[in-house]
Design a protein around this ligand. Structure first.
Ligand code: UT7
Length: 335
């Protein structure tokens, strides 16, 4: 029986060290532009108390969330975030080689949402969705690196969600958590260096599908306590794996940008890893859990607050339904 089947969720699906070392590439891997988009409509904790047996205090204390956004569409939010990222990178949309869109809430079950976003941007390049739930944007980043190995130069990696379409805002277990939003990054390859991808780790435990899922036409169902417990475990596992592969220790990391699900999940994992919340980018309080969008949304916030600077070592770490998990350590190039 592999670890994957044993139920402890620490699978053996991560890439072998040899592949990781060779696969990160000798060239620059630089995020040159980041964009974020949130719909206008705010749903506060106080709003929820109008129809749900809950309180603002309980939600803030147990999750760290004060409000979330609802409305908009996945493709619309993704396009808005992508335009901001392209402008910041000073990259013309026509110079993009590929659009990768991580989402759990696509506009349609079929087709994927990425082609619609590419079309809105005036592109006919390759465009596909990544469905790895809340880990999706980090999966997308690693896939982008793989496409650069094949010669691509500029890739849009977007995380976008309209989770209000699959969330029951009358359910105390899930309605307090989820919201809509999008974040996008322009990732560029350069022969002259700049940033670098130092290491990565991807994993899954499909035996845990039942702890967080949505059936066709239905809303998200979650065993919150079990998701919490598994998340704390897989974050530590993935962080340690990526650190080991990069030959780094937790003290070498300048900033961690984790998936924004519940602040207590991050605090609990960090306590065990000996990592500081001061070096952690969080936007959860204002966005709620935006699944695949949460990491690039937190990245944009960190960038706006001057928390990512050239030469910094930044760790992205995602976890979510599947279960899936993903981490990547990047030497920040930026512009
Ligand atoms: O992207 C990954 C997605 N999901 C997650 O990361 C979710 C991970 N899990 C969680 O965030 C937490 O499990 C929740 C926030 C969903 C729930 O928090 P909890 O601390 O695990 O609460 P609980 O279910 O153990 O309930 C504790 C108490 C219970 O009352 P009693 O039995 O102790 O009297 C619940 O009935 O809190 C009560 N409760 C609530 N009270 C007010 C549960 N939900 C609520 C609520 N408002 N919304």
């Amino acid at each position: 029986m592999t670890d994957n089947q044993s139920g402890n969720s620490l699978g053996t699906q991560t890439s072998p060290d040899g592949v990781t070392a060779a696969g990160v590439g000798p060239w620059g891997f630089t995020i040159t532009g980041v964009g974020a988009a949130l719909p206008d409509k705010v749903l506060t904790n106080h709003d929820l108390t109008a129809w749900m047996d809950t309180t603002d205090d309980w939600i803030r204390e147990r999750t760290g969330i004060s409000e979330r956004r609802i409305g908009g569409s996945t493709s619309g939010l993704a396009t808005e975030a992508a335009r901001i990222a392209l402008a910041e990178a000073s990259v013309d949309a026509t110079d993009i080689d590929q659009v990768i869109l991580a989402t759990t809430s696509p506009d349609y079950i079929c087709p994927g949402t990425a082609p619609a976003v590419a079309n809105e941007l005036g592109l006919q390049c390759g465009a596909f969705d990544v469905q790895a739930a809340c880990s999706g944007w980090v999966y997308g980043l690693i896939v982008a690196n793989g496409l650069m190995l094949q010669g691509m130069n500029r890739i849009l990696v977007i995380g976008a969600e309209s989770l209000d379409r699959i969330t029951d805002y009358h359910d105390r277990g899930t309605g307090i958590l989820f919201g809509n939003g999008a974040g996008a990054a322009v990732v560029e390859r350069s022969e002259t260096g700049g940033g670098r991808l130092l290491s990565w780790d991807l994993g899954s435990a499909g035996n845990l599908v039942h702890i967080l899922y949505a059936e066709h036409g239905d809303v998200l169902k979650m065993d919150g306590k079990e998701v919490f417990r598994q998340a704390v475990t897989v974050i530590q596992h993935s962080a340690k794996t990526s650190l080991e592969r990069a030959g780094l220790t937790i003290d070498d990391i300048d900033l961690v940008i984790p998936h924004q699900a519940n602040v207590r999940i991050v605090e609990s994992a960090w306590r065990k890893l000996g990592f500081s919340m001061d070096k952690t980018a969080m936007v959860l309080e204002r966005t709620g859990n935006t699944s695949a969008a949460s990491i690039p949304l937190a990245l944009k916030d960190a960038e706006l607050n001057g928390r990512v600077n050239p030469g910094d070592t930044v760790m992205f770490i995602g976890f979510g339904a599947g279960m899936t998990w993903a981490s990547a350590i990047v030497e920040w190039g930026g512009q």
